[in-house]
Design a protein around this ligand. Structure first.
Ligand code: DC
Length: 231
């Protein structure tokens, strides 16, 4: 394996399994894994906890003032493929996946000063390389010269079906059509927002994982790295 510690950017639509493949890859390469969605979710939780978000309205001037007080860190345990997110030293991994955060994170992630701050933190986290970072703007904004840029996608129907199966397995009573609508809405919000919309970098490699197992996806990426003589 080459000595060079790479920066690997994984962008793509919601619910297409970016974090699963990113964690597998980070484990395989003994790299750090940075879940940038968790960072936007943590700022959203901070806004909720501090009364800065009411009925979808954000007190932007107070949030901007308080932004320097927000400290986000990760503890990734590769052997368990478990990633824990900490907000000001407190584990928030479960809370940031809850409904309240999920419903408000699009609003927070559209704010320019929030993006500017989180992008700076992400650039600092990846500065020395040896990272797999997943998000929406990693290959386009955070690391435009990443060693490898992957753009993951698959059809909205397949993503909705996966989400439906996951929630059903957790015992939730869910409706497929509602989930499909939600997946489509999030695609629309992510790709049409003014600040750093989701778009494929010109030099990204597209991974459509609709018909692939986890292992096939990992091997596919390792093959791309070898072809590019990065491994
Ligand atoms: O990947 P996720 O679903 O945990 O992301 C949560 C939200 O944050 C989602 O609305 C997209 C947004 N996001 C973003 O704008 N930029 C990133 N780099 C990562 C996530």
């Amino acid at each position: 394996m080459s000595e060079k510690k790479l920066i690997i950017a994984i962008d793509g639509h919601s619910s297409c399994g970016k974090s699963t493949v990113a964690k597998d890859l980070a484990k395989k390469l003994s790299y750090a894994y940075i879940d940038t969605g968790a960072m936007y979710r943590s700022v959203t939780l901070f806004a909720i906890q501090n009364g800065l978000l009411n009925n979808g309205n954000v007190d932007e001037s107070l949030l901007e003032q308080k932004l320097p007080e927000i400290n986000i860190s990760f503890n990734y345990q590769p052997e368990l493929k478990k990633n824990e997110t900490f907000l000001n030293g407190v584990s928030v991994e479960d809370e940031i996946r809850g409904m309240e955060v999920s419903q408000n994170v699009s609003r927070i992630s559209a704010i320019a000063f929030v993006r500017k701050r989180l992008v700076e933190l992400q650039q600092e986290m990846g500065r020395v390389g040896g990272v797999v970072m997943d998000g929406r703007d990693i290959g386009t904004v955070v690391f435009p010269s990443a060693d490898l840029k992957l753009f993951m996608t698959t059809s909205a129907d397949i993503r909705a079906q996966r989400r439906f199966d996951e929630l059903r397995a957790k015992g939730e009573d869910v409706n497929f059509d509602e989930i499909l609508e939600n997946v489509k809405l999030r695609d629309h919000l992510d790709s049409t927002r003014e600040e750093s919309p989701l778009k494929q970098a010109g030099d990204a490699v597209v991974l459509d994982n609709g018909q692939m197992t986890k292992d096939e996806q990992l091997n596919w990426i390792l093959d791309v790295l070898k072809e590019k003589q990065l491994l």
